[in-house]
Design a protein around this ligand. Structure first.
Ligand code: ATP
Ligand code: MG
Length: 395
């Protein structure tokens, strides 16, 4: 038996990245190390296109799997056993391994899938499978082979120094290692959508910072705590990040005083983008990210999104644009933000909400109304007033 628990981690799409491959893999190893820092006695190494985790037996395997699978770029993870790379040792290890699986799961049928990563190894893959299969049949009398629908696939991966035996391939989130695809500033509300949007961009390797707008005292302290809660759940995936917090109330009051009521929402959205762009620029973020989805509310019609875009030159990423609410909710549940998102607290967007918001705003008219506002001064004052909160991953 191995002295430590061993896990094989397979990198996903990162494997396709040609010359960048070692870079992506190094980033992923670092990310996994960081996630596993909470445990003593864990080692993460990289060898021949795979990542290996060795952990003390005292740490439950589920805990290692839970945290490793939160690293973007992980395609699958398998608890494995290690054995010497010769047929006798592999056969014996397979028997011992399968006896354990029989005791744990009561399986009756199996199939061996062998892979020879070391091409110098004298036995070819199909013969490795046959020989290991024969050893298991002999050593585990209750088992039969079923090549079509086995209770258990027994994987044998033969490598130069050591070989690996495993059974499950547990899915990670896929994507690309965090920090390999620029940095974006997410407009984070307390709702369901923007946390999902954050997750989706981060899964593609984008590092993130967040900006949250409130309208204190119209919005409560508790509403802001809720957003910090959501942010810290996101930090589990996105690592520690900075959240910029800005009071939008002075701008909202100016808009309400000077612009037509039905245009309020669109003006507020344009100011949000302008402030976000400035803060993004100052913090090395090249893109803005929102949780908008086409047609979901008045400010997310095709026309409204076009007008909002015109307020900034920075690209606005809207990863949820083509998703239905039910699909967004499924992801929110999966990443464990849903329950917090549905807590009933007010958002700054609901303060001064017009009775009949425009759904088809015209850019020329909107810009015309804005002439009454000193846009630059308002944006600068808002940016100056920002508070910065360090968001740490939820325990
Ligand atoms: P969410 O569920 O993310 O709150 P929503 O469907 O309620 O989205 P809106 O309120 O129109 O939609 O907001 C659209 C997007 O604008 C949000 O997904 C978010 O990116 C951004 N946003 C809205 N309110 C705020 C806020 N208070 N602070 C920062 N960003 C916000
Ligand atoms: Mg919202």
């Amino acid at each position: 038996m191995n002295e430590k628990n061993i896990f094989i981690v397979r990198v996903g799409e990162t494997a396709l990245k040609g010359e960048n491959k070692p870079f992506f893999e190094r980033m992923l190893v670092e990310r996994i190390r960081k996630l596993l820092k909470r445990f003593d006695g864990v080692e993460v190494t990289r060898k021949e296109g795979l990542i290996f985790v060795h952990s003390d037996k005292s740490i439950p395997q589920e805990d290692i799997i839970k945290w490793v699978s939160k690293a973007f770029g992980v395609q699958t993870i398998s608890p494995a056993v290690e054995t010497e790379s010769n047929m006798e040792a592999i056969g014996a290890a397979a028997v011992e391994y399968m006896n354990r699986i029989i005791a744990e799961k009561g399986i009756k049928t199996f199939k061996v899938k062998a892979k020879r990563a070391d091409k110098q190894f004298p036995v070819q893959s199909p013969d490795i499978a046959k020989q290991v299969g024969a050893s298991v049949l002999k050593g585990c009398k209750v088992l039969k082979v079923d090549v079509h629908d086995p209770d258990c696939n027994l994987y044998v991966n033969v490598r130069k120094d050591v070989s690996y035996i495993y059974q499950d391939k547990i899915k990670g989130f896929g994507g690309m290692p965090l920090g390999t695809n620029g940095k974006g500033l997410v407009l984070l509300s307390g709702g369901i959508d923007s946390p999902v949007a954050t997750f989706m961009m981060a899964r593609r390797g984008m590092a993130i910072e967040a900006i949250h707008f409130h309208s204190f005292p119209y919005t409560s302290e508790r509403a802001r705590e809720k957003v910090e809660d959501l942010a810290s759940q996101l930090a589990v995936y996105c690592s520690r990040f900075k959240m910029h917090v800005v009071n939008l109330l002075p701008i909202q009051e100016e808009i309400v005083k000077n612009c037509p009521e039905e245009e309020t929402t669109i003006h507020v959205r344009m100011f949000m983008m302008r402030i976000a762009e400035k803060i993004a620029d100052k913090n090395g973020c090249g893109m803005l990210i929102t949780g908008e989805s086409l047609g979901q509310v008045a400010s997310q019609t095709a026309e409204a999104l076009t007008v909002t875009n015109s307020a900034v030159r920075m690209p606005i990423m809207r990863p949820l644009i083509a998703l239905d609410k039910t699909e967004i909710i499924d992801i929110a549940r999966d990443i464990e933000t849903f329950e917090t998102s549905i807590e009933p607290y007010e958002d700054c967007c609901t303060v001064f909400l017009p009775k009949h918001p425009q759904t088809k705003p015209r850019l020329d008219r909107i810009l015309d109304s804005e002439k009454k506002l000193d846009i630059e001064a308002l944006v600068d004052a808002a940016v100056k007033s920002e508070e910065i909160v360090d968001i740490y991953p939820k325990k």
